[in-house]
Write a protein of this length. Structure first.
Length: 277
């Protein structure tokens, strides 16, 4: 053990014991959770209960109320977790102790949200036994900041992968997301021309090229009893959406204005279409 770690560890133990003396009138909740898959990996409820109770005895936290769940940590809609939050909101809880941080939730952003929105405003410390941090101590606060950094990295990574995946999907001729536009059908994730709607799309671009207004085009389509994608009436805004939709020029658009040529078949090749985009 290095000198720096020893000083840090000793300071945290001292801070924890001092803070515990001020919370004697409040109760401590131990939360344990296990899924069927995790029971085979040494994370059983009995093991978690023992670890949590041992920690509480070590720091003289008194009797701990154990609340448990036996379901996945991918959702926050768990009876046990909801009971924990209800207890916290009473203002009569000093600490929530878990065996590992992911027992509360597997998603970093959800973990931070619970700590920052539910625990911190009520001065409830969050303690992880195996990861050895307590958010009421300097080390715990630093660890929480690290979690925030990793959560931001996680969010950015998801955005990057999603955007990259959509771009690659478009390059392969697939529908990269969003509603299937009028004139196309979605066949196993790929955009293919809808024969009954193709001529309508071409007619819209042709009428616009002839100088007709958006409202005039909509009225013309309604007069001819041409249904929209959802079977409703045409409006100027609907026509405008058709004219401004990049998919008709062979493009797909993603967040941050990233544009890529998909290889789904273009419906409109006129100069009018290219000028709009």
């Amino acid at each position: 053990m290095t000198l720096v770690y020893f000083i840090w560890y000793y300071t945290d133990r001292k801070t924890t014991k001092e803070s515990n003396r001020g919370d004697e009138m409040k109760k401590v909740i131990g939360y344990i959770r296990v899924s069927t898959e995790e029971q085979t990996k040494g994370y059983g409820l009995d093991v978690q209960r023992e670890k949590v109770e041992t920690y509480c005895n070590l720091y003289n936290l008194g009797n701990v109320e154990i609340i448990e769940d036996d379901t996945t940590g991918k959702t926050l809609n768990r009876p046990g977790l909801q009971k924990v939050l209800e207890e916290v909101r009473t203002g009569n809880v000093s600490k929530v102790v878990v065996f590992k941080a992911d027992r509360l939730t597997r998603k970093l952003r959800d973990l931070l949200a619970i700590i920052e929105d539910e625990f911190e405003p009520r001065e409830v410390a969050f303690v992880s036994v195996s990861e050895q941090f307590d958010t009421s101590t300097p080390t715990g606060k630093a660890f929480l900041q690290m979690l925030g950094t990793f959560a931001e990295l996680e969010r950015n990574t998801i955005v990057y992968r999603t955007t990259s995946g959509r771009i690659e999907k478009a390059r392969q001729g697939g529908n990269a997301g969003g509603a299937t536009p009028f004139g196309y059908t979605n066949v196993n994730g790929n955009l293919e021309k809808a024969s009954e709607e193709i001529e309508t799309v071409k007619a819209i671009f042709a009428m616009k090229a002839d100088g007709m207004s958006l409202l005039a085009i909509a009225n013309m389509l309604n007069a001819d009893n041409v249904p929209t994608k959802r079977g409703g009436k045409w409006y100027a805004a609907t026509v405008k959406y058709i004219l401004n939709n990049a998919k008709y020029k062979g493009f797909d658009i993603y967040s941050f204005n990233v544009k890529e040529f998909g290889i789904h078949e273009r419906i409109e090749n006129s100069n009018e279409a290219l000028a709009i985009f």
